[in-house]
Design a protein around this ligand. Structure first.
Ligand SMILES: N[C@@H](CCC(=O)N[C@@H](CSC=O)C(=O)NCC(=O)O)C(=O)O
Length: 288
């Protein structure tokens, strides 16, 4: 069993907000992740688990320090796990040069180019981390869901759509919903996946939802919130493109609720405002 080292622990809403580190086999580097454990009243009790994926520049800390989610995790009795956003400290040439590429910008894909071969956040999030969590924390592996913000919203959507049955539900706040058409996505996919755009489709939420035609009845409603004053969305900015995802989902018969939130930006003020709704969305699937 992989060894976990506790980095920090703080009591919060009756439960504990913790950070752990370990040596990741997928990433070939040390990796940190956060875990919120709700109050435990019964011995051997297990909880559903909700995976949170963060956006560009984030570590495992942004969400736990800025969103205020712990009160809802405590109330709904859900374990919440949040990984870092890329491998770190690999000394790859150029990995520290940009805020939206390299370190802090793993985009939840498994890179196939030689230079970025350690950037395997997709396998880390869908395989290594859930295994670690199931081995070390009181979770029920049959009740898992996933959500995220921006790059992490993209990550949540693709992890859900690529793994039917693994997650009970998905939601996203201001996701990068069509990576192949987003300037962020085009740069990252070219570097991590190479120039063949067919390979990009495997990690593009809009392309993946398009492929769900005929399976709509099996997919629970996907919740997406988008701020109208989001600097990556307003005035025709084409970084997020939630409308492309909604159109493709509609064609495929997949239920999506896109809520346009008047006046909100791309920041954690927006995330913290709507995070309660996202817990309620997932609790309907996880706690019944
Ligand atoms: N250049 C800025 C902005 C970076 C930024 O806005 N990051 C967002 C995610 S964007 C898409 O994935 C974020 O979540 N930031 C963390 C936070 O705590 O606000 C910068 O370098 O900060």
């Amino acid at each position: 069993m992989a060894e976990l080292e506790e980095v920090s622990s703080a009591k919060c809403f009756g439960g504990y907000q913790k950070i752990f580190k370990h040596k990741s086999a997928e990433l070939g580097s040390e990796a940190n992740f956060s875990v919120y454990i709700p109050p435990i009243f019964t011995q051997n009790e297990t909880f559903p688990v909700l995976y949170w994926l963060s956006g560009l520049t984030c570590t495992e800390k942004n969400f736990i320090e800025k969103s205020g989610f712990q009160q809802y995790a405590s109330q709904h009795k859900v374990v919440v796990v949040g990984p870092d956003t890329s491998p770190r400290g690999l000394n790859i040439e150029g990995e520290e040069d940009s805020w939206d590429f390299g370190t802090g910008a793993g985009y939840y894909v498994d890179a196939i180019t030689e230079k970025w071969k350690n950037y395997r956040m997709y396998s880390y999030v869908t395989k290594e981390l859930p295994t670690l969590v199931q081995q070390n924390f009181p979770v029920d592996p049959t009740r898992q869901s996933i959500f995220g913000h921006s790059m992490g919203g993209h990550g949540a959507l693709i992890c859900f759509l690529k793994n039917p049955g693994m997650f009970k539900s998905v939601s996203a706040l201001a996701p990068i919903a069509n990576m192949s058409m987003s300037p962020w996505g085009m740069r990252a996919f070219t570097a991590y996946l190479g120039p063949d755009k067919e390979a990009w489709k495997e990690y593009d939420a809009t392309e993946l939802v398009r492929k769900q035609a005929g399976k709509g009845g099996e997919i629970p409603e996907i919740l997406i919130d988008q701020g109208t004053e989001d600097e990556w969305f307003k005035d025709g900015k084409a970084y997020l493109l939630p409308e492309h995802f909604v159109d493709a989902a509609k064609e495929a018969g997949v239920p999506v609720k896109l809520r346009m939130q008047e006046g909100y930006g791309h920041n954690y003020y927006f995330v913290s405002t709507f995070i309660r709704d996202h817990f309620e969305h997932h609790a309907k699937h996880l706690t019944k």
